[in-house]
Design a protein around this ligand. Structure first.
Ligand code: GLA
Length: 348
């Protein structure tokens, strides 16, 4: 079902598609491919929207928390917005202090995408297209991106990312849904339980740029190999947490890059019993504990979002990989197709 969500300043219409399958209800905008709502039942069958969002287009245009958005061309930060590829230096759009974050000032989250609905067997979904021209935000090559959102008959939400380029470039696409499995606007996620299958993470400097080290999680608050609540160690005072105001790091997934998605993280909200399991073929997972939410944004339910009222689990290649030869490569060349998949499985 397609409806009018709002209009941009130049009159362009922003639409919202509502899909439902297998007990999951998804609302998606052609603006940024934004997941504007995602409703799932609790153990008593009671539906709640578990994804943070705005109820109007103006906030999506003016504000940049990246609620529910597709992120490109490069998820997370590139130091000083600079990198060198095949001997050429590139300067990207800088929008986070001296660094480039989530594709720069006008990333994939701040563009209109072409959206086509589909139904295939027992699946329903949307195919989203966006073409980023050569030089956009400083990135080389015309990048043609295609993202498919699928809702399966089991209620799984699958994201398939594809991209091609006509010049060597770097690419790292992800999705920036903010989860609160008790319901958006219901308060802190500190009681959510989280498991991440990663023995290492990438520590950062004060600008949240990886130092290049793959540090062991053992004996630190970053150890989520055994299920624990998000709140348990979040005030531990570890220098990495103090710098980031909580968790805002890339976990180095034990499985590495895989040809098929493998289960890497489980999130559970004890009162509702709602669970989210994430499987990916990607080597990294950014766990961000909503540190920059500061009570100034009003969400879809009319309540404000405060620090820690949601968390993001962004499947990805590592931040700043173009400047770290020891990180898995994010280079895409003409003739190659970038293809990655992330699967979200919901339960209660
Ligand atoms: C990512 C980053 C955070 C922050 C959020 C958006 O998760 O790692 O530092 O920029 O996006 O606010």
């Amino acid at each position: 079902m397609k409806s009018l969500f709002g209009k941009l300043a130049d009159g362009t219409k922003v639409h919202r598609w509502s899909l439902e399958n297998g007990g999951t209800r998804l609302k998606v905008l052609n603006w940024g491919g934004v997941v504007q709502g995602l409703e799932i039942p609790d153990r008593h069958g009671h539906y709640t929207n578990v994804a943070l969002g705005f109820d109007n287009i103006d906030d999506y245009v003016a504000k940049t928390p990246y609620f529910g958005a597709l992120i490109g061309r490069y998820g997370n930060r590139i130091a000083k917005g600079q990198f060198t590829l095949d001997g050429k230096s590139y300067q990207l759009s800088v929008n986070d202090g001296v660094n480039s974050l989530h594709g720069g000032k006008q990333g994939f989250d701040k563009h209109i995408w072409d959206v086509e609905p589909f139904a295939k067997g027992s699946d329903v979904g949307l195919v989203l297209h966006y073409t980023s021209i050569d030089g956009e935000m400083g990135y080389p090559g015309t990048l043609k991106a295609k993202v498919t959102y699928t809702l399966t008959r089991h209620g799984d939400w699958i994201i398939d990312y594809e991209a091609t380029t006509d010049k060597a470039t770097v690419v790292n696409l992800t999705s920036h849904v903010y989860w609160n499995l008790a319901g958006e606007g219901s308060g802190t996620v500190e009681d959510h339980e989280l498991t991440i299958a990663a023995g290492r993470y990438t520590p950062t400097d004060t600008g949240l740029i990886p130092t290049g080290e793959l540090a062991k999680v053992s004996g630190t608050p970053f150890d989520f190999r055994k299920t624990k609540t998000i709140g348990r160690d979040i005030r531990d005072g570890h220098v990495q947490q103090v710098q980031a105001k909580g968790y805002d790091h890339n976990w180095v997934l034990d499985k590495g890059i895989t040809s098929k998605p493998e289960h890497v993280a489980t999130l559970r909200e004890p009162r509702s019993g709602r669970t989210l399991k994430i499987a990916t073929d990607q080597p990294g997972l950014q766990f961000y504990s909503g540190n920059f939410l500061d009570g100034t944004l009003t969400g879809t339910g009319g309540r404000t979002y405060r620090q820690g009222d949601a968390l993001c689990l962004e499947t990805q290649h590592f931040p700043d990989a173009p400047n770290h030869p020891n990180f898995p490569s994010t280079v895409l060349r003409p003739g190659q197709t970038y293809r990655t998949r992330t699967v979200h499985t919901f339960g209660a």
